[in-house]
Design a protein around this ligand. Structure first.
Ligand code: SF4
Ligand code: SF4
Length: 365
């Protein structure tokens, strides 16, 4: 197959974050501050990415504002010709920092939403005062004039707030909102019983989004990530493994997707040791699931393989014990019925106890 250059790169600048969201997709084994790439190393990676053909750079984490050199990193990325998008909880951003980011050339901000009021948002994010702070940051974002996208992660405990989240996005002047029903990777796997929506909730969320899309046409764009476990077909994970995007973890490990390190037989390269171009085209992990040759049946002869690429490899490993298997979310997978039953059992639970993300995995916050 012909491998094209990547369009987007996600730079996970740090795993440090003041929040402790129980659905955080970061790995259980978080990268410590001492292992993070330096300012110069990130700058080198951004220049290499631009040379490789990357157009969009997503600056994420953890909380990217935990990096004191964020403004410098944005300026370097912008100087390399990359479109820069900051994905943030807002915590750690002051008006002064936002104005400095504007001067550095930041193009776009994505602000996460854990709930639509302080009681919900602070409980889910595990950070008292976080909601009020976020609202203040949203005000500065509007004042400066950054184009804004809201990221609302919804689940069994806050799905009733979805209509209000859509109204909030309009009031805040956001151009776009991503309504993502929680996906179960990383820390979120530990919280499936507390967060899994019921099938009825998942269907109601879709109905609310479809109604709002018509009502808010021309005002707000709404992206929707459905409840994976209740679907009949899987997501097109990363638009196809090694086809459109790549991630760099805080320590410089280059990944075909955010959760790829959960697949134990893959070996990954670091930007510290090998040029990004070589990693993209020749890296073992990138070539492991590229194209269609690796596919088992029923994917190999399926009419949808170019649409969803067989689903998510990390999810296939987590749910089927084999990263090369058909994603069990797919109704054509022999494991689909088992997954459905599991999803309904998780959703029927009444235990709302959350295991918060922390640097010490065994201890709930
Ligand atoms: S999901 Fe929550 S804890 Fe995880 S990085 Fe984002 S804001 Fe931080
Ligand atoms: S069988 Fe494979 S390619 Fe076909 S819809 Fe299911 S996951 Fe997608």
């Amino acid at each position: 197959m012909t491998v094209r250059p990547p369009l987007a790169m996600l730079a996970e600048l740090t795993h440090r974050c003041p929040l402790s969201c129980p659905y955080c997709s970061n790995p259980l084994d978080l990268a410590r501050k001492e292992t993070e790439l330096s300012t110069e190393e990130w700058a080198g990676a951004f220049r290499q990415a631009a040379d490789l053909g990357v157009l969009h750079l997503h600056l994420s984490g953890g909380e990217p504002a935990s990096r004191r050199d964020l403004e410098e990193l944005v300026a370097t990325a912008r100087g390399a010709g990359l479109y820069t998008n900051l994905i943030t909880s807002g915590i750690g951003l002051t008006e002064r920092r936002l104005r400095a980011l504007d001067e550095a050339g930041l193009d776009h901000v994505q602000l996460s939403l854990q709930g639509t009021d302080a009681a919900m948002a602070d409980r889910i994010g595990g950070y008292r005062g976080g909601f009020d702070r976020k609202m203040q940051v949203a005000g500065w974002i509007a004042e400066i004039g950054f184009p804004l996208t809201l990221n609302a992660v919804v689940h069994r405990q806050n799905l009733h707030q979805l209509p209000e989240a859509l109204d909030m996005a309009v009031r805040m002047g956001a151009r776009r909102i991503e309504v993502a029903i929680v996906q179960f990777h990383g820390w979120a796997m530990q919280n499936r019983a507390a967060l899994m929506p019921t099938r009825a909730q998942a269907e109601e969320a879709r109905r609310i989004v479809e109604e709002a899309r018509k009502r808010l046409l021309g005002t707000l764009v709404i992206d929707f990530v459905p409840a994976d476990y209740h679907e009949d077909f899987p997501k097109s994970c990363m638009g196809g493994w090694g086809s459109t995007g790549l991630n760099i973890a805080p320590d410089g490990t280059v990944l075909p997707c955010h959760a790829a390190q959960t697949i134990p037989h893959l070996s990954f390269d670091s930007v510290r040791d090998r040029p990004l171009r070589e990693i993209w085209y020749n890296g073992a992990a990138f070539n492991a699931y590229r194209g269609y040759d690796w596919m088992p049946e029923p994917c190999r002869s399926c009419d949808r393989k170019q649409i969803d690429h067989g689903g998510c490899r990390c999810q296939a490993l987590a749910l089927a014990g084999d990263a090369g298997a058909t994603d069990p979310v797919c109704a054509r997978s022999p494991r689909h019925a088992e997954l459905r039953a599991k999803a309904d059992a998780f959703a029927a639970g009444s235990d709302e106890t959350l295991t918060y993300r922390s640097f010490a995995p065994a201890e709930p916050a």
